[in-house]
Ligand binder design. Structure first.
Ligand code: AP5
Ligand code: MG
Length: 192
């Protein structure tokens, strides 16, 4: 299996690059944000709960997303590997992901961190907000998502640096050129 975590602030391009990586390497794309938005769309109990956090730019509680992820990994145990997009988002989530993969004799092989300055992130998300219909793509919620990222999610970089799997990549420029830099790093570790 090849297991990749794509990491970065809101708007850094995780979703955009994940789709291309999933296609290139035949991986299962796991976006916790997308799953939660589908739950909101279907007005499920989980969706209602998630919306109360997401619309404010706060994280959905660990226990909720961890349960979702456990179920998803179990259901896709025959996958060639996973690309985790938007998960983990807290150190406890990172610890659980390691345990879950270990349970299947697997590990996180590489963490690709997309580095983009705040002004560019805000600019991208405001632009997307004009067309996406995402309720969290407005200035106030974007500010809150960035605060939450630096406070709760960014510490994962140190967590993964210590495990020697972190690769920081400049997330600015054309989508293709960023994708090429990512592919270089992945091919280096997967030996292809
Ligand atoms: P989530 O859906 O994960 O959103 P996010 O992390 O805020 O990130 P985005 O999806 O906004 O950005 P992205 O990095 O995917 O960038 P994209 O490719 O879209 O999470 C949403 C919410 O769900 C969270 O706030 C939280 O409440 C909850 N949640 C989800 N997972 C959770 C978890 N594990 N634990 C707890 N809560 C969780 O690109 C952004 C824009 O930029 C697009 O318009 C794109 O076209 C454009 N773009 C991309 N690349 C470039 C480029 N190179 N140049 C110019 N523009 C570009
Ligand atoms: Mg995304």
């Amino acid at each position: 299996m090849l297991n990749i975590v794509i990491f970065g602030a809101p708007g850094s391009g995780k979703g955009t690059q994940s789709e291309k990586i999933a296609e290139r390497y035949g991986l299962q794309h796991v976006s916790t944000g997308e799953i939660l938005r589908e739950e909101i769309e279907s007005s499920t109990e989980l969706g209602k709960l998630a919306d109360s956090y997401m619309s404010k730019g706060e994280l959905v509680p660990d226990c909720v997303v961890i349960e979702m992820l456990e179920e998803l990994i179990a259901r896709n145990s025959d996958a060639k590997g996973f690309i985790f997009d938007g998960f983990p988002r807290t150190v406890p989530q990172g610890e659980v992901l390691n345990q879950l993969l270990q349970h299947h004799g697997e590990k996180v092989d590489i963490v690709v961190s997309l580095e983009v300055a705040d002004e560019e992130l805000i600019d991208r998300l405001l632009k997307r907000g004009a067309i996406s219909g995402r309720t969290d793509d407005n200035r106030k919620t974007i500010q809150s998502r960035l605060r939450v990222y630096y406070r709760q999610t960014a510490p994962l970089k140190e967590f993964y640096r210590k495990q020697d799997v972190l690769k920081e990549i400049k997330g600015v420029g054309s989508i293709e050129s960023i994708f090429e830099s990512i592919v270089k790093e992945i091919d280096m570790i997967s030996g292809s």
